[in-house]
Design a protein around this ligand. Structure first.
Ligand SMILES: *Cc1c(COP(=O)(O)O)cnc(C)c1O
Length: 469
């Protein structure tokens, strides 16, 4: 794959150009990139990432964004609209998570820049709240192995010790006893996912929340992925375990508007059972020469466009819109899972458990290296997300997969891919994709760590060393 295809077609800017270019010229160049890149996922063969995929919806969001793109939501005296939009996004998300079931405390929320943002804010809130109310000075946080990498990132950033409990390999779900064994008097909170990123399975939230309540620690539900689709599972006739504020002991939930909320990338909600938790992460500096400063979350200046377009997405769809999209996605995912099940060589992770996958599913094979399938399906335009321990691949079903013909294409291509994989396996060949996505035995060695750093450096710096067009 060439990460820098445009170097040969468009001029590379290594310095700020002395004279500007005509706007029409700039836009034409950008449009050609956007159109080519959209063609990649418009086939419906790409897992996750383009949750809506409907250009009419995107154009509508862009209109809403454009009206407020230049607005700084930090300066509320100039933009009461942002106070309305943000407050209503939070209220609507709380409603979806059944905050009305909370009677002992006052629920509250935050609008953040994404799933990672919501998780980071939750970690800071729990750390500060535990320090203030329990005197915790050496904070730790407990997650099942399937908990998203953003929890590891947040613990890394905020000086919180992360404790990782193994999951039940049969069901992929959090092992409540293993979680319990890691909790001590310095634990600020534990978490479970609804559903988790890798397998789309839903952890036993009620049991985890009961454990958290009994031990006096917080319980975060990571609904970043499922938060805006699972509330409509019951309407679609699916039986899924409760994961929201109706479950006693659930103290916070993250739900991404920029995934199944069909808003633009850069927005997510973080919801608290108790306003005190939200307040614990507020920041203010009242004796600064620059004036009195306060911000409710980690960002300073914020884009009014993102808040406005997130609000626009939610109110334009309403429950009806979300319900209908969810119904189609659940039905498509069920059909795709049936295709996978029709091949005895394949196994869906967590199939048949109480928190079984309903919209995002992952599969592996006990007969051949699963990445052989990626080698075959990749050139046909399919893009699955690769996983490890065990090696598996997943498909987060989104609106583009619900289009006519996609499931049929999946059926045909998967059958051919399996024949290819079996042949490769019997001739003892390695899968190319396995080298990128597959499990690294025995942890990371120095060479791999150096390689990862080089990949990230290239992402940021390589334009500077590319040959001129
Ligand atoms: C996507 C995701 C996140 C992280 O969200 P970003 O929006 O990528 O920052 C966290 N948890 C789960 C379950 C997710 O699917």
């Amino acid at each position: 794959m060439n990460d820098f295809p445009y170097a040969e077609r468009f001029s590379v800017n290594r310095t700020l150009p002395e004279s500007g270019r005509p706007r029409s010229d700039v836009l034409a160049e950008m449009r050609s990139m956007a159109q080519e890149e959209d063609a990649f996922w418009e086939t419906g063969k790409v897992s996750g990432t383009m949750y809506c995929g409907d250009h009419e919806h995107y154009d509508f969001l862009a209109d809403a964004f454009g009206m407020f793109a230049h607005v700084n939501a930090l300066q509320r005296d100039m933009c009461p609209s942002q106070t309305k939009f943000e407050g209503e996004v939070i209220a609507m998300a709380l409603d979806l998570m059944h905050a009305d079931a909370v009677t002992d405390t006052e629920p509250a929320g935050l609008l953040t820049t994404g799933g990672t943002g919501s998780i980071l804010h939750a970690l800071v809130a729990y750390r500060e709240h535990a320090r203030e109310t329990r005197g915790v000075t050496r904070p730790n946080f407990v997650k099942p192995e399937t908990g998203h990498a953003a929890f590891d990132k947040g613990c890394h950033l905020f000086g919180i010790e992360l404790r990782v409990a193994p999951v039940d390999p049969k069901t992929t779900l959090a092992d409540v006893d293993a979680m319990a064994a890691l909790i001590d008097d310095q634990t600020i909170a534990i978490m479970g996912s609804a559903g988790n990123y890798a397998y789309g399975t839903i952890d036993p939230i009620a049991e985890l929340a009961a454990l958290a309540a009994e031990r006096g620690v917080g319980m975060h539900v990571d609904g970043c992925l499922g938060g805006f689709i699972l509330p409509f599972a019951e309407d679609a006739g699916l039986d899924i375990p409760l994961f929201d504020f109706r479950v006693p002991g659930v103290t916070s939930i993250s739900a991404d508007t920029h995934k199944y909320g069909y808003a633009f990338k850069g927005s997510s909600t973080l919801l608290f059972r108790d306003k005190a938790l939200r307040q614990a992460q507020y920041f203010h500096l009242l004796d600064w020469s620059g004036g009195k400063y306060m911000s409710p979350g980690m960002e300073g200046s914020r884009s009014g466009g993102l808040i406005a377009s997130t609000w626009a997405s939610m109110v334009s769809l309403g429950r009806e819109g979300y319900r209908e999209h969810a119904r189609e996605i659940f039905a498509t995912a069920a059909a795709m899972m049936d295709v996978v099940r029709s091949h005895p060589e394949l196994r869906i992770m967590g199939d048949g458990t109480s928190g079984a996958p309903t919209f995002c599913f992952s599969f592996t094979s006990d007969e051949f290296e699963i990445y052989h399938l990626v080698d075959f399906l990749g050139p046909k335009g399919w893009r699955f997300n690769g996983q490890q321990y065990p090696n598996a691949i997943h498909m987060a079903v989104t609106r583009p997969q619900t289009r006519a013909g996609v499931v049929e294409q999946f059926t045909a291509d998967l059958a051919e891919a399996i024949a290819y994989a079996k042949q490769k396996e019997s001739s003892g060949e390695q899968a190319y994709a396995g080298a990128i996505y597959g499990g690294v035995a025995g942890g990371l060695d120095q060479a791999t760590a150096d390689f990862i750093v080089a990949v990230m450096d290239d992402m940021l710096d390589k334009q500077q060393s590319l040959p001129p067009a």
